[in-house]
Design a protein around this ligand. Structure first.
Ligand SMILES: [Fe+2]
Length: 353
């Protein structure tokens, strides 16, 4: 075992001791974890200066690193686009198209590739992570619905740009903690129309992509905005983005609300299928995204901490876990498996990574 600066960590190095957040004492990473680029960034962002690692490292698959690169390129691209549009510049289409093409290609080959990367809950960068996650969830759902490659690209473009109209909303409304007044909400709703205008007037983007931004808050039962369209009047690709947008927003900690756990957000989507959401799309969404992806670390009501070993699919909101630690009490030397499907009294109370 040796002590190493976080700045010297490399992917594949193995943690020799648990890592805690100094500020709130939360367990961040467990002994035995193989370092991944996103864990290293997380430690850096929390100002953790050193950790203990084992002498032996395990090689990290090139593919895993490539997926993280694509995710972070998508993050930077949408950050640049949203920042420049806010400053009055136009959208630079080529990098957005490039990043969406890469996401679509990866998902066509394997729909689970990005699942471990979604759900990063960094309050300062919420909008950028949200845009990328909505893109990933939408493309996975679109693939399951049998969309063509061309439609998947348009869906991905519309999804990553769905909230671009927020760049035209005054920041006192956009960033207001707490509930908006009725008048403020009327202004906020305009982000859909602004999004349509920005996209429609950009060379290289088309009406289909603009319609996604315009209609992503329309609801299946006609109670949405800006127009109050219902069921098939709403563009199909926009209906997909609506589900992805709501699911991702519910699972995020925002300044005005505490996050839902992923299975709670998934239950909300299913519970509102046929009311807020297109039932076919809601079903495909839940059947195809991994609510708790493999490798995700969760805390159970029993105080045990487990890492997901089998995410399951088809409405499986209760994964199979390898229990590796306890929040309090003696350490676990012999990890064991708990299948939440066959243990109804055990449930997830928090998500750790
Ligand atoms: Fe929106």
């Amino acid at each position: 075992m040796r002590k190493i600066l976080v700045s010297d960590l490399k992917p594949g190095m193995i943690l020799a001791k648990d890592v805690y957040n100094h500020e709130d004492g939360r367990l961040l990473l467990l002994k035995g974890f193989s370092m991944k680029p996103r864990y290293i960034s997380k430690l850096e962002s929390l100002d953790i200066t050193y950790v203990y690692i084992d002498e032996e490292a395990v090689p990290v698959a090139e593919e895993d690193i490539r997926e993280e690169q694509i995710y972070s390129e998508a993050f930077s691209t949408i950050k640049n686009v949203l920042t420049s549009v806010r400053e009055g510049d136009s959208i630079e289409v080529a990098p957005v198209k490039e990043t969406v093409d890469e996401i679509v290609q990866k998902i066509i080959n394997n729909e689970n590739v990005f699942m471990q990367l979604t759900g990063i809950r960094d309050i300062d960068n919420y909008t950028f992570h949200h845009s990328v996650d909505v893109c990933i969830y939408s493309v996975i759902t679109g693939k399951s619905l049998g969309l063509s490659n061309e439609e998947l690209t348009e869906l991905g473009m519309g999804a990553i740009l769905h909230d671009i109209g927020k760049c035209k909303i005054p920041s006192e409304i956009l960033l207001k903690p707490g509930r908006l007044t009725d008048d403020e909400f009327l202004v906020m709703k305009l982000h859909t129309v602004y999004g349509y205008e920005i996209i429609y007037n950009t060379n290289g983007l088309n009406k289909q992509i603009a319609n996604i931004a315009c209609q992503h808050h329309e609801k299946w039962d006609g109670t949405g905005y800006p127009v109050g369209l219902r069921d098939n009047q709403i563009d199909k690709l926009a209906r997909i983005v609506t589900v992805a947008d709501v699911y991702d927003a519910l699972t995020a900690n925002r300044c005005y609300r505490k996050k839902d756990l992923p299975h709670e957000a998934a239950e909300f989507v299913m519970g509102n299928s046929g009311r807020l959401f297109d039932p076919d799309i809601a079903k495909n969404f839940i059947n195809n995204i991994q609510v708790y992806p493999e490798g995700c670390m969760v805390l159970l009501n029993t105080g045990e901490i487990g890492s997901v070993v089998d995410a399951g699919k088809n409405m499986t909101l209760r994964p199979k876990l390898k229990i590796i630690a306890r929040k309090e009490g003696p350490p676990i030397y012999d990890p064991y498996i708990i299948d939440l499907m066959s243990n109804p009294s055990i449930f997830i109370v928090d998500i750790l990574t």
